[in-house]
Design a protein around this ligand. Sequence first.
Ligand code: AMP
Length: 177
Amino acid sequence: MRDPALPSWTRRVRDIPDFPRPGIVFKDITPMLADADGFAGAIDTLAAPWRGTGIDAIVAVEARGFIFGAALARTLGTGFVPVRKPGKLPGRTVRQTYALEYGEDTLEIHADALPAGARVLLVDDVLATGGTLDATRALVERLDARVVGAGVLIELAALGGRARWNGMAPLHAAWVV
Ligand code: AMP
């Protein structure tokens, strides 16, 4: 049974079982993005905890993080800084490698993307194991910017990503499932 108190945009996120691998239930946000009210509602929920908190820049990871990060930057009136897979950013980069369930992955940020001390909000669509968010935090801190928090649209609580983030700046999830 769906909680009637949940924001209406959550109804437009659908579960796709066994994607991209058997055993994964993928949260497909595309029906919500395609709906004007759904997308606006999701951005409003994501933005709410951070209004008036003096964020200088939003940092988000390709590809789905860009959708929410860019819209949120516009909503909060901040800059937007992309974190990308290796070899995509044209300037000098800083890179961070992190462990996945099987194997590892690497992310990059432009070395000059953030001034020292900038107040940064990290944004992603889904928090699963927390590896992506933790690697992004490490990249921002290596540029001497300050991570003041993280906002995710959907937190998959059973996967324990919040524990990996624990003890640092606030982490707000628009929807915890
Ligand atoms: P994480 O395990 O927290 O590092 O998640 C890795 C990335 O994969 C995040 O950026 C999520 O967008 C994505 N992701 C992980 N699990 C799911 C899922 N069940 N549905 C949709 N996206 C997911």
